[in-house]
Design a protein around this ligand. Structure first.
Ligand code: NAD
Ligand code: MG
Length: 384
């Protein structure tokens, strides 16, 4: 088996550390070329000392000297800052870049890796949400340039393998419903940060955990699915499936529906992306069909989860609307986590930014960067 030269952007995060567990468990299959982290210099240094990549990038330079001292091997090139990270995504000697960055910070590195001809295993859904129009040129029928890591999109890809694309009638993206699935609107007024960080099925980074609690995550995933699979928005539905066993479904024009199932464990979709189009052994828990269990489904509720509706509307509007949705949501989530605004204010901040915007401009890299910056200022200034 040919060794994969792998770079992991955001190796210190939830997806990044799970990817390194896969690398550790499969000696000889991957060679780590570059690792990156933002502020957690201690963990990045530990990873660098263990996996001995050619390059390591710490984007937050505050602790650059401590990081330098903690890295034992002087042959490893150490770099600092976001521009260096994007440059490494394009220029390092990798076959594949796993983009496990969070938020808009992932977009330029995704573009940079793709432009340079590298394969990208994409966990950073925000790349496609904000810049889907610019990245869609890299999506092909074989799905071997940008490979989904998000569990729902990995499920859809696994359902599509071997099928004629033109016979797809509908994609159904499943959602766990998050911690507030059964809460009333009145109860939702009193949600605390601790409540929102307590996801029933998945253990993830803070931003996506809050996005799951507001169901903005499902909205971002609908936008992501539109660009990944070149399917019009009206053919993409979301359904609540609290057990998180079915990770998504594809219905074909003959009425047949395929579903991909597995225990809720991100290692499975990460591994599938790293080994695609193959499929290899992975040491994860199996579903036990000999035990009684139920798979249930409920419709999504736009009234209690307005962020989901805002995302669906932003996709329908197109242009820069999804970039505004994303930037305002990133700030709203950070403000909620800081205790500055309440849970229900998150949707208010996003709505405010979408409703109070300048003229619609075309999607270019410069316009995306400018819109992202401007929206962040507006979202920070919004008083709930
Ligand atoms: P995380 O917060 O745990 O990790 C994010 C990583 O990005 C860290 O390594 C951090 O150092 C780095 N980072 C953060 N801000 C940065 C910046 N401004 N510049 C450069 N680097 C920065 O996030 P995560 O939960 O691993 O999620 C990563 C991506 O994967 C997100 O887009 C998320 O939506 C997606 N995703 C995550 C999961 C999951 O289970 N965690 C599941 C599906 C999709
Ligand atoms: Mg997902």
């Amino acid at each position: 088996m040919k060794q994969t030269n792998l770079t992991i952007l955001g190796s210190t995060g939830s997806i990044g550390t799970q990817a390194l567990e896969i690398v550790r468990a499969n000696p000889g299959q991957f060679r780590v070329i570059a690792l990156t982290g933002n502020s957690n210099w201690k963990l990045l240094a530990e990873q660098v000392n263990e996996f001995r990549p050619e390059i390591a990038v710490l984007t937050d330079e505050t602790n650059a000297e401590l990081f330098r001292t903690a890295v034992r091997d002087s042959d490893i090139t150490l770099m600092f800052g976001n521009a260096e990270l994007a440059a490494v995504a394009g220029t390092a000697r990798h076959d594949m870049v796993l983009n496990a960055l969070v938020g808009f910070s992932g977009f330029i590195p995704t573009l940079s890796a793709l432009e340079a001809g590298h394969k990208v295993a994409l966990a950073n859904k925000e790349s496609l949400v904000v810049g889907g129009e610019l990245l869609s040129g890299y999506v092909n029928k074989r799905h071997d340039r940008i490979i989904p890591v998000d569990s729902e999109h990995s499920a859809i890809l696994q359902c599509l393998v071997g099928e004629p694309c033109k016979e797809v009638e509908k994609l159904t993206i499943t959602a766990s419903g998050g911690p507030f699935r059964t809460w009333s609107l009145e109860q939702m007024n009193k949600i605390t940060v601790k409540d929102a960080l307590n996801h029933p099925n998945w253990d993830m980074g803070a931003k996506i955990t809050i996005d799951s609690a507001t169901m903005m995550n499902k909205g971002l995933e609908i936008i992501e699915a539109h660009w990944f699979f070149d399917i019009p928005p009206e053919k993409i539905d979301a359904v609540v499936h609290p057990q998180s066993i079915i990770h998504s479904m594809v219905t074909f024009t003959d009425g047949s529906t395929k579903a991909q199932m597995g225990v809720p464990d991100m290692k499975l979709p990460i591994h599938y992306a790293l080994t695609y189009p193959g499929r290899q052994y992975l040491d994860t828990p199996r579903l036990d069909w000999s035990k009684a269990q139920q798979l249930t489904f409920e419709p999504v509720d736009y009234e209690r989860f307005p962020c989901l509706k805002l995302a669906v509307d932003a996709l329908a509007e197109g242009g820069l609307a999804p970039a505004i949705l994303n930037a305002s949501n990133e700030i709203a989530v950070a403000r909620f986590l800081n205790g500055e605004i309440s849970y229900i204010d998150i949707a208010r901040v996003v709505r405010h930014c979408l409703e109070n915007r300048d003229s619609s401009e075309e999607v270019t890299i410069d316009n995306l960067i400018h819109t992202d910056k401007e929206t962040r200022v507006k979202a920070k200034a919004f008083r709930a």
